[in-house]
Design a binder for this molecule. Sequence first.
Ligand SMILES: Nc1ncnc2c1ncn2[C@@H]1O[C@H](COP(=O)(O)OP(=O)(O)O)[C@@H](O)[C@H]1O
Ligand SMILES: Cc1ncc(COP(=O)(O)O)c(C=O)c1O
Length: 279
Amino acid sequence: MSLNKTLTIAGSDTSGGAGIQADLKTFQEHGTYGMTALTTVVTMDPANHWAHNVHPLAIDTLKAQIDTALSTGISALKTGMLGSVEIIETAAQAIDRAETDKVVIDPVMVCKGEDEVLHPETVGAMQEHLLPRAMVVTPNLFEAWQLSGVGPIRTIDDMKAAAAKIVEMGAKSVVVKGGKQLDHDKAVDLFYDGDTFTLLEAEKADTSYNHGAGCTFAAAITANLANGLELNEAVSNAKEFVTSAIHHGWRLNEYVGPVMHGAHSRFGKVTINKETLNA
Ligand SMILES: Nc1ncnc2c1ncn2[C@@H]1O[C@H](COP(=O)(O)OP(=O)(O)O)[C@@H](O)[C@H]1O
Ligand SMILES: Cc1ncc(COP(=O)(O)O)c(C=O)c1O
């Protein structure tokens, strides 16, 4: 028996909820064989209110990991926290060498609770190098604003305008995640494949234990694509998966509450609403 191989090019979240830890747990839940290329290691300082420290790895170390993973012939890949223009360029080269067009770009710019881009110059590099290579991009509202120039995004019409712009910039499709940020009674995401706008609506969880939700969502799409699902099905199944994970988010300590990556298989399927919108 062989498994579909999924690669994540992303940061390590030592606390285990986001980053490659979220990706691997999610890949495992979907029955794919997860592989990793770490860009950076994020640690948290227990003596200083869990302040994040970012430890970038040498670029040659990243390249060697990519070489290792690509040599196995991967089925799908995703990118997460990249952190510098050089790393973004390296990820783009990896995508060009991968023998698959199943590429999910999670344009991680900020960690939850912060609203400043980690490195502003990386936005231009993502626009130039990653959007044209993406089968699907998964920005939250802030990231969609930064990538598209359309914003601040406050309504579903704003989400549509940003999504259209991101596809115009070269992405094959995009999911703009309204999540908790959009002022709406449901957790609403907008999927646009260049043709049709589809609203994905789930029950909103009243929780702050949602660390890793974005990574988990993008990893689930990646695994679904690797397993042969059509793009729209890969996205809506991933929305069900992450909704369950968020509704079972839990308290790791006084600073962070990760999603429960395995909730979907443990507690059963949740249902979401799908609605096609007029262009
Ligand atoms: N409170 C919530 N209840 C249900 N779904 C949520 C909630 N917060 C976020 N989501 C969903 O989780 C997924 C990831 O979104 P989000 O957490 O906004 O991403 P990011 O981590 O990139 O900011 C999206 O499908 C979003 O709609
Ligand atoms: C390595 C890494 N990647 C990605 C993220 C983004 O996490 P989320 O999925 O909660 O947006 C974080 C946030 O802490 C992180 O540490």
